[in-house]
Design a protein around this ligand. Structure first.
Ligand SMILES: [Zn+2]
Length: 322
């Protein structure tokens, strides 16, 4: 099947009590690792591209890599989504350039301005058969060119969501309930430590999620910054020359719970970066004489596939739902 929008995916996810994984893509090995996992697990899939990815890999290369994945995975629905579109022009460029979904992130702007910018993107997108994700509230952390300090981050205010959705016409809404971008989602001071000395972050604000869902029945909610920062990969990095002390993510059981509620799309990027980097670091440490990129990219791709498989089955609950 050709690239699809997320409309049907989200309806099924909402009704079925699971979420669709949205994974960021930057090169061929990442696209292959993700899509091989989704194909084998028969899972619906969102491949997303950030502004930084377009700057790194070029729009055309990324679209063609995703189109290749669509040909190789004829039995699962795949959407191509712009992650954190910063302005109308970037969104328009992706809508005109083959994407089936875009995010306009005007969450740093005042409420009225966020509505105005989002509505303009929605009008253009809907005229072209493309769906739009918008954001209310702002997440802490760093993701490509999105950089929000902990002081400037803010939870979504549930009392704003109905007006925002009705005035903008957006198709899904990203909210801030305590997830965060990057591999250092919380400082040690914000966390407690478990018996193993591993940092445990503050819990997600499910009260906000529930209030948003009550005000927007049936409406798909999106969680950004939802990597869990698996300690096995942090360890693999640190044991092979890396230096990532106290990297910390969102516990998977909390994301699993969110997926059973109104959250229909969960964004996961850092965990794939960690899997890829850990695999390559270990390969270099074990094979200092090798220099063929195919040699070290093969285990990197395999570990991306492994972690995505785990997410589809154990966190998102979307395996077998394609
Ligand atoms: Zn994000």
């Amino acid at each position: 099947m050709p690239l699809v929008t997320t409309t049907e995916m989200f309806k099924k996810a909402y009704d079925g009590g699971y979420a669709v994984g949205a994974f960021n893509v930057n090169n061929m090995e990442i696209v292959q690792g993700i899509t091989e996992a989704a194909r084998e697990q028969h899972a619906p899939l969102i491949l997303q591209v950030s502004k930084g990815a377009r700057a790194y890999a070029n729009h055309t290369y990324l679209v063609k890599l995703v189109e290749a994945a669509v040909i190789e995975c004829p039995d699962i629905p795949i959407a191509l989504h712009l992650d954190h579109g910063p302005d109308f022009e970037t969104c328009k460029s992706c809508i005109d350039g083959g994407f089936t979904s875009v995010m306009i992130d005007a969450s740093s702007k005042p409420f009225a301005e966020n509505i105005e910018i989002t509505r303009k993107v929605v009008e253009y997108a809907h005229d072209h058969g493309v769906v739009v994700e918008a954001e209310l509230g702002s997440l802490a952390g760093v993701e490509d060119e999105v950089n929000v300090s902990a002081e400037d981050s803010s939870y979504t205010r549930p009392e704003e969501v109905e007006e925002f959705v009705s005035k903008t016409g957006c198709d899904s809404l990203a909210i801030a309930i305590g997830t965060s971008h990057g591999a250092y989602k919380f400082t040690a001071a914000q966390c407690t430590r478990n018996e193993q000395g591993v940092l445990v972050p503050p819990p997600l604000r499910f009260d906000i999620l529930e209030e948003v869902s009550r005000r927007l029945p049936g409406f798909p909610i999106v969680l950004h910054g939802s990597s869990s920062v698996p300690q096995e990969f942090v360890k693999m990095i640190n044991e092979n020359g890396g230096k990532m002390p106290d990297a910390v993510g969102i516990p998977e059981e909390q994301l699993r719970k969110a997926a059973t509620l109104s959250v229909c799309k969960i964004n996961i990027d850092s965990d794939l970066r960690l899997a890829m980097t850990g695999s390559i670091r270990r390969y270099f440490a074990e094979h200092p004489d090798h220099f063929d990129p195919r040699q070290y990219l093969t285990p990197a791709r395999a570990n991306i596939k492994a972690i995505v498989t785990h997410k589809l089955i154990d966190v998102l609950g979307c395996a077998g739902k394609a």
